[in-house]
Design a protein. Structure first.
Length: 460
């Protein structure tokens, strides 16, 4: 792609109407932004920790005061249900509050050594580049932005081309809350132009990227050339393991939204449902009404449970995985304008089939039978990904054994809730590198400096 200026039309995925036209940043725009960010970062890092924390809390308050505005923007640009969009805006607020609480607790250590005192100091990296995806534009942007700012860095956020509007509004709210000008900048644009310039810029100390494994590998290679720090949160193909001793009714009731939330456009979606063979038929009987009753429609309607896919390209991608007359359970979706695909569960699929092994990123799951605990673990780990997953069982010992054996970074037992801003998040294998969120999030945006102070005086 050339470096010529361009404008991107933002579509409402529920109606296919153009809701905004946003200019795309060039490589020169990125360079200028990095220069401005570096200046702002020096002033920001020089502030007393309490002052940085206070300003971040003001930012959180500003987000809370504009929560409904941000949510409605997310409904229009991303097609998220209004309930989800409100949660997402609230998550940005909560992340800023949580990060602000860590500013004054970002402490080093005193290490016992002979002949003196040894201390470590955590210093900010400088300018951090955050490249956010379109599936959760607000929360995932904040996963990188909030702790990076709290640790004393400046942030340049490159949102996805299809979902730049909430990011731009957040940048405006940051300035209105009193954060220094240019400390948090948003540069919409093409990944091959603005994103690449951010990754390759020598003035950017770290890149935080959430997106596909394919693009993550490209970014990793570019960062390697400059030995640039990197956090990657990439694809997933998570298993939902249901043992015969589980509460089958509860497991079946929880299964639909474990992969239909955000129309299945979620790296943590439990799209491989593994069910012990002795309860397989019963589980499918219980699952069918839940899938068929999911309300798919206008994301602005409070009763809607699932909205559209993000784009025509994503709709065609999902269709390509499912077309072919496979058996299973299918819900309903609207006709007419919009990128709609019905909730779909496939049965009788081979574990190595593309729809069972690759990340579809749509409202599609497969149900696979397993024989015993060892077989369940084998199937769960038969993927290049390792991001998340669930285990349903009444046996605490089994829950611990299986959780220890499944190669994934985030697991939940008798639940599908494995992502919280209080706890670390990240993947095994090709699901990524590093961890976000949790109590150590700020430290991931610092350098550790070691200082030795001799206490040995002159010989008497």
């Amino acid at each position: 792609m050339s470096d010529e200026p361009y404008e991107h039309q933002v579509l409402n995925p529920a109606t296919e109407e153009v809701i905004a036209t946003v200019p795309g940043a060039s490589a020169e725009d990125v360079d200028a932004a990095v220069v401005r960010a570096a200046r702002a970062q020096q002033k920001w890092a020089a502030l007393a920790p309490a002052d940085r924390a206070r300003l971040l809390r003001r930012f959180a308050v500003a987000v809370d005061e504009h929560l409904e505005e941000l949510a409605q923007l997310e409904v229009r640009e991303a097609g998220h249900t209004v309930g989800n969009a409100r949660w997402e805006a609230g998550n940005v607020r909560d992340l800023l509050d949580y990060a602000a609480g860590g500013v004054e607790r970002l402490t080093g250590r005193q290490i016992p050594v002979p002949g003196g005192l040894d201390i470590t100091i955590l210093e900010p990296l400088g300018v951090v580049g955050v490249i956010a995806p379109w599936n959760f534009p607000m929360p995932i942007a904040a996963w990188g932005m909030a702790p990076a700012l709290a640790a004393g860095n400046a942030v340049i956020l490159k949102p996805a081309e299809t979902t730049p509007l909430t990011a731009l509004r957040l940048a405006g709210l940051a300035v209105a809350a009193g954060l220094p000008e240019d400390l948090f900048q948003v540069l919409p644009g093409a990944g091959a132009v603005a994103g690449a310039a951010l990754v390759e810029h020598p003035g950017v100390a770290k890149i935080v990227f959430t997106g596909s494994t394919r693009v993550g590998k490209q970014i990793m290679a570019k960062c390697a050339d400059r030995v640039k720090r990197l956090t990657l949160e990439l694809g997933g193909k998570s298993a939902n393991i249901v043992f015969a001793d589980a509460d089958i009714e509860a497991a079946a009731a929880a299964a639909p939204m474990s992969f239909l939330d955000n129309s299945g456009q979620d790296c943590c979606a439990r799209t491989r449902i593994l069910v012990q063979r002795s309860v397989y038929d019963r589980f499918l009987e219980l699952l069918a009404p839940g899938i068929e009753s999911v309300v798919v429609g206008d994301p602005a309607d409070e009763k809607t449970q699932m909205g559209p896919l993000i784009s025509k390209a994503q709709l065609e991608r999902v269709r390509a995985y499912v077309d072919g007359g496979m058996d299973g359970i299918r819900g309903s979706a609207p006709d007419g304008p919009g990128f709609w695909f019905p909730p779909t569960v496939l049965t009788g699929v081979a574990p190595h089939a593309p729809v069972a092994a690759e990340e579809v990123f749509g409202p599609v799951a497969v149900v696979l039978p397993f024989e015993d605990e060892a077989d369940a673990v084998r199937l769960a780990n038969a993927t290049e990904y390792g991001l998340s997953g669930s285990v349903w069982t009444r046996d605490v010992g089994r829950a611990l054994r299986v959780s220890g054996a499944v190669a994934a970074g985030n697991l939940s037992v008798n639940s599908h809730s494995s992502v919280r801003y209080w706890t670390p998040f990240g993947g095994y294998k090709q699901s990524g590198l590093g961890r976000e969120l949790g109590p150590d999030a700020l430290a991931a945006f610092t350098e550790t400096k070691n200082v030795f102070i001799s206490t040995e005086g002159p010989a008497l």
